[in-house]
Every structure is written in C-alpha cells, then in structure tokens.
Design a protein around this ligand. Structure first.
Ligand code: GLN
Length: 489
C-alpha cells in the first residue's frame, strides 16, 4: 500500500472508501502493518486485537457492498486511549492494578463509534490513571515523541498523540481532566480538542476527577477532529452530568462564514515563564488573527495564579475517592500471601499502584480528611467558582480566548521525573478551562529552533465548541504546520 495513504485525512480516506478505491479491510491491514513496524520505536500501543479489528473492517465492507454505509467514519481506523472501556478488550489505565482486567461493556463513546461503523484499532498508552504530563508514569512502557525519540510525547495521552503524529492511526480518542488531550497534542504537533464538560458521555471512562473528566478527539486536522466529535457528542442517560440538548452540526459549521470576531488575550497568560520559542510562535499567531480581521482584546483572568493549586487539590480529592474501588476484591489484581482482609486491601493497593498514583491518593485523602477539609477542599471549590466567574466575565467582551497550550515544547525523557511540581506546572494553561468546564482546542502553530512543535490553545464559551474549531480553522487554512512530518515517519 502506498506510503501516501498514511498521510491522508479521515475525510480523504472516507472518500476513498466511498468510491471503492480501497476497502476497509485493506485500509485496516495497512494501518496494522504500519503499527507493527513503527511502534517498536514509538511505543504508543499497549495492546491490540488484530482479529477483532479485521472483523470490524470486514463488517464495514459488507455493509458498503449492500449500500448501507453508516457515514464518514464507517470503515475508518481509530485508536483508543486505554482508559475508555471497549467490551472484550483490556482496560488497564496503564496500571498494574488493572493489568489483566478485560472490560465487560462498551463506553458510551465506543457504542456511538461502533454505531458509526468505526474500526477500533488498539489501546493507547497513557500516564498511569491519566495522572501526569509525560506518559512516563505508565506502568508498562515509555512512549516516545515522534519528533525526537529522546523526548516525551506529553501526557497523559501521549500514546494517542504519538500514534496520530506518527500516522499509526488517522485519529484517536483521548481523555482530558486538566490537559491530557491538549498538552500532548501540542507537544506532538497535532490537533486535540477537550469538549465542553457534559457534551460527551463519561460512561465507561475510568474516572480520575469526575467533575472535569471529558473524552475528546485528536487528529491531524481540525475537520477530522470535528468529524470524530460529531460522532461521540450527545446526551447519555448513564452519565448524570451529560448535557441534554441537540448536538450542533460541527462539520457543517466550516461551510458558514459566521466567525467569532473578538479574541481575548489574558494578560496573566502572557507573563513570565514561557519558553522564548513558544511565546514567539504564539505572538505570530496573534498577529495573524489581528491581520485577518479579528479584534484582539487584552483581558484579565485575575485568579489564574491559583489554578494549579486549586486543580491539584480538587483533582487529587476526587481521584482518591474514585480510586478507592480498586481494593483487590473487585476488578483487580489481588496480592498473594496475605493474612486477613485488611492486609489484602493494603498489599493489593501497595503492589498495584505506582508512585504518582500513590502520591495523589495521599494528597487527596489529606485534603478531604476531617481536620483539613475546610482549609483545602472547600476553599479550593470556592476559588474554582472565582476562576469560572473570571472566564464568564471575560466572555461578555470576547468570543474566544487565545493562549499557549503549554509553556514549553517537549522535554527530554526523565528530565522532570523526580520533580512532580515542575511536571504539574506544565499544566498551567490547560487546567483553568478544565476547572471551568469550557471547551478548548490545541492546534500546531510553529516549531522551536530545535524542531519541536508548538501548540496554540483556543478556549470557548460553554457549549460553543464550534466557535473554537472555526477560529482554529482560519489559522490552519493559512499555515502548513499540520502538514509537516517528523523525519522518522
Ligand atoms: N497533567 C494533568 C494531571 O496530571 C492532566 C491529567 C489529565 O488531564 N488526565 O493531572
């Protein structure tokens, strides 16, 4: 199969399937073979089930032969972060504690993708339980950045971003609690969207911080991301925070001319602490928008400085509670040689969880404990409301907010491993929109002097996901960063 196939977008592959230039089985085999060749170096995949995947492709071909295509994603290969349940497939969350767990059911989004005829190829690596910004805390393997194999792909969804970047899959699903779709997208030079909280069902997503967790798409173009969002968005009665409204036409929006007009630049986000290459690239993007007729307006998000501490209090509190279910009795690996039930719980958790997960469970349990609950957890919730109010006030004057996605480009593997605080600071621009439940997208906007990608983030009003995609598209149409290909690919 020609090399060019791997560089095609979902829309292009979908056209090829429609006009019968290629069958889904051929397409799927091509991506399977590519994964087998490339992933030895990249390490994006934790597992795959070739037979099941080929069968899904064959079903798609049969449907098409009967004239019953299910739309743009029918027969298209998709990767899935190994924290989203697919029936009959491993669901490890990159943790020893779920090492041999097989999911008995499909997540809401997987059900939807299956009903669109998608071909689900492989389970993608992540930081253990999606806690991290480099994918290094995975219990099973190191994922490498295709732009430089000695560098991290970002995290927690480094597997999804690296697989899309290296063209092992055209698109992939990720999950984002505080930046896990956007930051790896930025570090790998692809597009990643965190939808508005409530737009996409969380049913079947292993819970980290339930009040900010969202599943979202990653791809190489904004249109591909929109196609995937269209398929997974919508109400699900099995997720009590799922939004009840009709899903807008995210793909059709690109045909209209209804661009957002005013872009806000938070002064707190353009202060110190950003890499020079990053601030240069982002400032060039600002110039581009201003020359393209957008009104640029400085805004203030005065509580920004509290975003990291607030996020790491709320997130660890919720995570410590969510992860209490992994006790060696249900789901999981059970420690052998234990004397009694308590001993068994303790040892199973001690053996099953890695260092970062333990650190967060301890922090979360501490901030929820009776003597500290008001001082930390309750206070953090109050400041979280202030952070959201800052955004809503800003959105009275602007339509979209622009910032870097990450303060730096990818960093060398191992560099931040012993310094959790510096790892947490990598999330400085992504956690606020998570805490406020806002949609946010990262798109490639340049390269550093050492050839590493730089990401631009656009944040939108609640449920105005289309606004940020449309604004991002304007940039994409006029730049070719998305078309650059890492040398090793
Ligand atoms: N890097 C952030 C954290 O470690 C974000 C994680 C995520 O979005 N899942 O919590």
């Amino acid at each position: 199969m020609s090399e060019e196939l791997f560089h095609k977008t979902v829309s292009e592959l979908s056209e090829m399937l429609k006009s019968k230039i290629i069958s889904s089985e051929e397409l799927t085999n091509a991506f399977i073979n590519r994964t087998k060749t490339l992933d030895v170096k990249i390490g994006a995949f934790l597992s795959y089930d070739e037979e099941k995947t080929i069968n899904q492709a064959k079903e798609s071909d049969k449907r098409r032969a009967r004239g019953l295509s299910l739309g743009d994603l029918d027969g298209i290969v998709i990767g899935v972060k190994d924290i989203i349940a697919e029936e009959g497939q491993p669901l490890t969350c990159a943790s020893r504690i779920l090492e041999s767990y097989i999911s008995p059911y499909d997540a809401g989004v997987i059900k939807k993708l299956k009903s669109c005829g998608a071909v689900l190829w492989g389970r993608l690596n992540l930081d253990e339980f999606a806690m991290g910004s480099s994918t290094e805390s995975s219990a099973f393997k190191t994922t490498r950045n295709p732009w430089n194999l000695d560098y991290v792909p970002g995290g927690s969804g480094g597997g999804s971003a690296a697989a899309v970047c290296s063209r092992e899959v055209p698109v992939a699903l990720g999950s984002d609690t505080g930046g896990s779709i956007r930051q790896p997208a930025s570090l790998c030079g692809i597009v990643g969207l965190k939808p508005s909280y409530g737009l996409v069902s969380r049913y079947g997503l292993a819970a980290l911080a339930s009040s900010t967790d969202q599943i979202g798409p990653t791809g190489r173009t904004i249109k591909d991301v929109a196609i995937l969002l269209q398929a997974i968005a919508g109400h699900d009665p099995r997720d009590s925070t799922s939004y009840q409204a009709d899903v807008p036409d995210y793909i059709g929006v690109f045909n209209g001319k209804n661009y957002p007009k005013v872009i806000g630049l938070p002064k707190e986000y353009f202060a110190d602490g950003i890499d020079k290459d990053v601030s240069n690239a982002v400032n060039k993007a600002v110039d581009f928008y201003s020359k393209s007729g957008f009104v640029m307006k400085e805004i203030s998000l005065p509580h920004s400085e509290y975003a990291i501490p607030v996020y790491y209090i709320i997130m660890t509190a919720e995570a410590s509670s969510n992860l209490a279910r992994f006790d060696g009795v249900r789901y999981t690996r059970r420690s052998k040689n234990t004397n009694n039930a308590m001993d068994m719980y303790f040892r199973s958790r001690e053996e099953g969880f890695g260092a970062e997960v333990k650190r967060r469970i301890l922090l979360g349990t501490y901030v929820l404990s009776s003597g500290h609950h008001n001082a930390y957890y309750v206070k953090a919730q109050k400041v979280r409301s202030k952070i959201r109010e800052d955004f809503l006030r800003a959105f009275e004057e602007v339509d979209v907010i622009l910032s870097p996605t990450s303060p730096s480009t990818a960093f060398p593997i191992g560099e931040k491993l012993d310094d959790p605080i510096s790892m947490y600071l990598a999330d400085i621009y992504t956690v606020s929109s998570s805490l406020a439940g806002l949609p946010a997208i990262s798109i490639p906007c340049g390269f550093s002097s050492s050839g590493l990608p730089i990401g631009l983030q656009l944040i939108g009003k609640p449920f105005h996901d289309a606004d940020i995609m449309l604004t991002a598209k304007k940039f994409e149409e006029n730049h070719d960063f998305a078309n650059r290909i890492p040398n090793m690919v």
